[in-house]
Write a protein that binds this ligand. Structure first.
Ligand code: BTN
Length: 261
């Protein structure tokens, strides 16, 4: 699998799955496999993680009952196109979750790739990458979905899929995720197909047009969420009339019952 631009489009057959009972972190498992020569397209799931990782060095509590899944990709796209990968991932995860929810439950993406139901976080995504000694870039997409347990990660209001009437097990949800990710990564096509993916992202985004606060590494800024640009950067309309483009940060929607950062 390669995102060089000339590679063929990914299909379901490009992916395989290994299910573990317990591990430290499925992201760490994937990175370790990559260092040992694993090929692209490996999904690892675990029933429980003992050292689950969240974004910005936070822990991700990982008791049984939820889905903990990581996908290893090797050289999924030229480096310049990699920043759009988290948006494609969010579109796939949103579709997978929506497909196991009762009709009428609105599943939304919060930039860049948290998934919310009724303004509460039900899923977190952590994308990590590493240059391999043997050459090539290992990219690991880690996905934690609160199926039955909602650990309080401190920053956002949280919920489980069960809270909204989902009856699917983590394994059933994973089957949807496996398929949705193959389809969306095929469309994304090593970053060449980002335009339709961004359109899909916009159609399921939460908070566009609303007042938001973005936690940057050094400070927090507030403004109106004006959407994302064609590369996936967040557009924030500031109170002084300017617009700021943001590549990374924690977003707090004012419409959900958020704890202030
Ligand atoms: C976040 O902080 O919102 C991202 C959380 C990502 C958690 C998942 S669970 C599966 C994978 N393994 C990890 O250690 N982390 C990710």
């Amino acid at each position: 699998m390669s995102g060089s631009g000339s590679a063929r489009r990914l299909t379901l057959d490009d992916f395989r799955h290994e299910a573990l009972g317990e591990t430290g972190s499925t992201n760490s498992e994937c990175l370790e496999r990559a260092r040992n020569g694993a090929l692209s397209g490996l999904w690892i799931t675990a029933a429980r993680q003992t050292s689950g990782r969240g974004r910005r060095g936070r822990a991700w509590a990982s008791e049984p009952g939820n889905l903990y899944a990581s996908l290893l990709l090797i050289d999924p796209a030229p480096l310049g196109r990699l920043p759009s990968l988290p948006l494609a991932v969010a579109v796939a995860v949103q579709a997978a979750i929506a497909s196991v929810m009762p009709p009428g439950v609105d599943v939304r993406v919060k930039w860049p790739n948290d998934i919310l139901v009724d303004g509460r976080k039900v899923c977190g995504i952590l994308v990590e990458s590493e240059t391999l000694a043997a050459g090539g870039q290992a990219v690991v997409i880690g996905i934690g979905i609160n199926v039955a347990v909602a650990p309080d990660h401190g920053l956002y209001p949280v919920a489980t899929l069960r809270d909204f009437g989902c009856a699917a097990s983590p394994d059933e949800l994973f089957a949807h995720l496996f398929r949705a990710m193959a389809v969306v990564l095929g469309d994304w096509d090593g970053g060449q197909g980002i335009a339709p993916v961004i359109e899909r992202w916009r159609s399921v985004a939460g908070g566009i047009g609303e007042r938001i606060t973005v936690n940057l590494p050094d400070r927090a800024i507030s403004g109106r969420f004006a959407g994302i640009d064609d590369t996936g950067l967040l557009k924030l309309d500031l109170d002084d009339g300017g617009t700021r483009l943001i590549a990374a940060g924690d977003v707090f929607l004012m419409s959900s019952a958020v704890r202030q950062p």
